[in-house]
Design a protein around this ligand. Structure first.
Ligand SMILES: [Zn+2]
Length: 336
């Protein structure tokens, strides 16, 4: 049985934020709303949305658990009808979890295009297990490219790298199908692969055409919705990144780590890993341990433990030995 969940309405473009009221009407959302933002994204767009909708606002400030519980308490106390997450990955993920737990719909208003979580029906809170939990998809997405264009370039580069990582995620999915008989959906796989290829192909243009990246990330989320799991957009390169989140004192951004993982997994798949590396370099994403600002020993340890992060068959098979991990990282220029 297939159970596909997709956003109902997506608005992308300069000045899209002005349409928040229309979006609420079109989606027939009722009741009071609660905006969830962090102190920075509240200033960028959260306060504006709050005032347009006459909402309450919850500004994140504590630990993840504390913020989730406090927001849920507020939702119940005020009998909130729907949520609006205004911010980057962490804000949107917390919004998703609160909406899921209180069984109310939510809208996603990304202020940066740093990863595909802005649309996906999955939430993943970094450095935790399980690495990804199934929640609901946003009912509507409002991506104001004027706001997203002004986000720190590092976030945009990380978003490009997350889209590029679909490349090896799809290859992993294919071998899991061939070797383990896992369900494989051609449509979801093609959509995900197309996002990676469009971003690689347009690597030079993205700085000035952020809509290319936003659409690629939204399509990645749609691919996950169609597949019913994060499979089309998360393979061994993501497991490598999740491992770094668990062991590194100071991990880099999700997309940055996945990008570096993609270079190495593309090598293992025997495909054009240099094409991946060049695209990452062009968008300004890290391509080695030094640029990630992560010690080589964590890269090696993460490679060795990546296959155990979750029960998901990938090119890593039963895992790499220390010698194999060092060899892989060296030959792809990730470590010296
Ligand atoms: Zn990702």
């Amino acid at each position: 049985m297939k159970d596909i969940e997709l956003p109902r309405r997506v608005i992308v473009g300069d000045g899209a934020i002005e349409r928040i009221g229309d979006l609420v009407c079109e989606l027939a959302l009722v009741g009071d709303s609660l905006v969830i933002a962090d102190p920075i994204t509240a200033k960028i767009a959260g306060e504006r949305v709050r005032s347009d909708l006459g909402s309450e606002i919850y500004i994140l400030g504590g630990s993840i658990d504390h913020d989730i519980q406090s927001a849920i308490d507020l939702i119940r106390e005020k009998n909130i009808g729907y949520l609006v997450g205004v911010g980057g990955g962490r804000v949107i993920d917390i919004t998703k979890i609160c909406a899921y737990k209180t069984e109310i719909p939510f809208l996603s208003v990304p202020t940066a295009a740093s990863h595909d979580g802005i649309t996906s029906p999955q939430a993943s809170l970094r450095g935790r297990k399980p690495v990804s939990i199934r929640v609901h998809s946003a009912l509507g997405i409002l991506a104001d490219t004027e706001i997203i264009r002004k986000a720190p370039p590092r976030l945009t580069a990380a978003g490009c790298a997350d889209a590029i990582s679909n490349y090896t995620a799809v290859l992993d999915w294919k071998i899991a199908h061939e070797k383990k008989g896992e369900y494989y959906g051609d449509y979801a796989a093609s959509l995900s692969m197309m996002s990676a290829q469009i971003v690689m192909h347009n690597a030079e243009k993205i700085k000035n055409h952020i809509d290319i990246l936003v659409e690629a990330l939204i399509s990645s989320g749609v691919a996950m919705g169609i597949a019913g799991s994060s499979r089309p957009c998360s393979g061994a390169e993501h497991q490598f990144s999740h491992a770094l989140d668990l062991i590194c004192p100071k991990p880099a951004l999700h997309g940055e780590q996945c990008g570096v993982g993609t270079i190495m997994m593309a090598y293992l798949h025997g495909t054009d890993w240099e094409k991946v590396r060049n695209a990452l370099k062009t968008v300004g994403a890290p391509i080695n341990s030094r640029e990630l600002n992560i010690d080589d020993k964590y890269i090696i340890r993460a490679l060795m433990m990546a296959n155990k992060i979750r029960d998901r068959y990938t090119i890593l098979g039963d895992g790499l030995s220390k010698e194999e991990a060092i060899e892989l990282a060296r030959v792809t220029g990730i470590i010296k």
